[in-house]
Design a protein around this ligand. Structure first.
Ligand SMILES: Cc1cc2nc3c(=O)[nH]c(=O)nc-3n(C[C@H](O)[C@H](O)[C@H](O)COP(=O)(O)OP(=O)(O)OC[C@H]3O[C@@H](n4cnc5c(N)ncnc54)[C@H](O)[C@@H]3O)c2cc1C
Length: 338
């Protein structure tokens, strides 16, 4: 296996941060991964896949393993469902396109989410009313200490909103090598309830949408809302939408009756972090090359040469101002790499 030295990670992370890796290696197979993890002369390893959910704040003094294991296989197909095993290094959006082409339903609402398939379980990716967990069966992951492959069922993964076992107890302990998904081959359960999708379908006068129609609608909506990382460095939504208790919501809504919210349950309310940030005056603000996107306050951007530290400083200032103004703690969705 080839170990490269002092490699810029600028093209490996969608924020476009020009941080350097002390050592770097492409991982093309599970065997390759095992071999790399066993290299004693590089005691610290760091895993990177699509680099679309991380803010690198300094040089990475480790052996960076770029997960590039490819392959999609059909494990089982019957009249109604198909089970797919997808290697970790497959690009997520290309996988979604692959399934739609074969009329396999379930992933269409998650079109155009950047990143790789193997990373999807980590934050239980989701968009437009659908989350990975809705079609997820299991995944395999290599234990970093033992280099053994372990299988995680859906319940082992403890999926939550942008959350899973791999973000908590399992953090830094495993490298996911493949995921197994269960999709429909007919009688697809289409999810068009998200307002913007309905409107987009109406615009196209589509009354009986196909998987492709929904995917097209999602792509159009996403392209109109989110900056393309190829043109403007970013990591999608930088912050999670905070979930507050009924009591906290009572106080908040009395002070801010105009604020948007989603009732999650009798006890919990979700407040759009983008709204909170916008109210603090950050939308469209730029500080050097670090900024807040002009159309979407939830997205922090790198205009070109911002460092990870500068983006992090801006994020921390936003967190502090939101806390002062609303008494609500917002937290990053993006992994901060220190
Ligand atoms: C423009 C834009 C829009 C986005 N929209 C959405 C959205 O709608 N919904 C959503 O949920 N997310 C969204 N995201 C976030 C991102 O796409 C997802 O979190 C994605 O799953 C990250 O995948 P990745 O391969 O790029 O992960 P990376 O950024 O490479 O890695 C993320 C973390 O996982 C670790 N890691 C990487 N690979 C593995 C592995 N195989 N095993 C174990 N650990 C690993 C890394 O060390 C890091 O800590 C968006 C991002 C961008 C840039």
């Amino acid at each position: 296996m080839k170990i490269l030295k002092d490699i810029s990670l600028k093209k490996y992370n969608t924020f476009g941060i020009n941080a350097h890796a002390k050592y770097f290696s492409e991982i093309n197979s599970v065997e390759n991964l095992r071999e790399a993890l066993r290299l004693k002369q590089y005691p610290t390893k760091f895993i990177i896949s699509g680099g679309s959910n991380m803010l690198i704040t300094g040089p990475i003094d480790a052996l960076v393993l770029h997960i590039n294991i490819k392959g999609i296989s059909i494990i089982e197909e019957n009249d109604n469902t198909v089970i797919l095993k997808v290697s970790a290094g497959e690009n997520w959006h290309e996988l979604v396109m692959w399934t739609i082409k074969r009329n396999y339903g379930g992933l269409e609402n998650m079109s155009l989410i950047p990143g790789n398939a193997g990373t999807a379980p980590i934050q239980n990716i989701g968009a437009y009313g659908v989350e990975l967990k809705d079609n997820f069966m299991s995944c395999e992951a290599m234990n970093i200490n033992t280099q053994e492959i372990e299988t995680f069922t859906k319940s082992d993964c403890k999926f939550g909103y942008r959350d899973s076992f791999f973000k908590n107890e399992g953090k830094g302990k495993y490298v996911i090598t493949n995921i197994t998904l269960n999709l429909t081959t007919k009688n697809h359960k289409l999810n068009t309830s998200y307002g913007a999708i309905e409107q987009e379908l109406e615009k196209g006068k589509i009354t009986n949408p196909t998987l492709q129609d929904i995917s097209n609608a999602v792509i159009t909506i996403r392209q109109s809302k989110l900056p393309d990382p190829k043109l403007l460095g970013n990591s999608g939504s930088f912050f999670k939408n905070p979930v507050i208790s009924k009591e906290e919501f009572g106080i908040f809504s009395e002070a801010h009756p105009e604020a948007p919210f989603y009732k999650i349950s009798e006890e919990a309310y979700k407040i759009p972090a983008g709204w909170l940030i916008e109210q603090c005056g950050y939308k469209g603000k730029r500080y050097g090359d670090a900024g807040v996107h002009k159309n979407q306050a939830l997205v922090l951007v790198n205009y070109n040469n911002a460092t990870g530290k500068e983006i992090l400083e801006l994020a921390n200032r936003i967190i502090s101002d939101v806390k002062d103004k609303f008494r609500i703690a917002i937290t990053p969705e993006v992994n901060i790499i220190k």
